[in-house]
Design a protein around this ligand. Structure first.
Ligand SMILES: [Zn+2]
Length: 125
């Protein structure tokens, strides 16, 4: 079976599987990565971008959504799990650990993961 779902104003995803659970898994993963409605900081459209850094054999690619508003330029960065699936990095991390807030929950980075580098504070906000 095959299904198409509009997950944002500009994006339609297609999933195909033999059973509903596998279809559901695909839709959940695809929606998490491609379902951002807009930049969560300013509401503008965004672009998909892959940055490659490093030299020779040690090159790493990073997926991110970048706000098209030149006064905002916030980004939503994606991490990659061992099976190659992407996931949005919505929480503040330090030394590989999540930073917890006063309620013991993970601290949200910027606006639901969308953040821009602040030159004055040296932080992503
Ligand atoms: Zn923005």
């Amino acid at each position: 079976m095959k299904v198409q779902v509009r997950v944002s104003p500009t994006t339609v995803i297609t999933a195909e599987a033999d059973n509903q659970l596998d279809l559901f898994k695909q839709l959940a993963s695809l929606t998490e990565v491609f379902g951002e409605p807009a930049c969560a900081k300013c509401g503008s459209e965004y672009a998909y971008r892959v940055r490659t850094v490093g030299e020779g054999k040690k090159q790493y690619s990073y997926a991110e959504c970048v706000c098209k508003n030149k006064d905002c330029r916030s980004k939503l960065a994606f991490g990659q799990s061992e099976d190659g699936a992407l996931f949005p990095k919505r929480y503040v991390q330090k030394d590989g650990e999540y930073v917890l807030n006063e309620n013991g929950r993970k601290t949200v980075k910027g606006s639901w993961g969308w953040a821009a580098y602040n030159k004055e504070s040296g932080e992503e906000e």
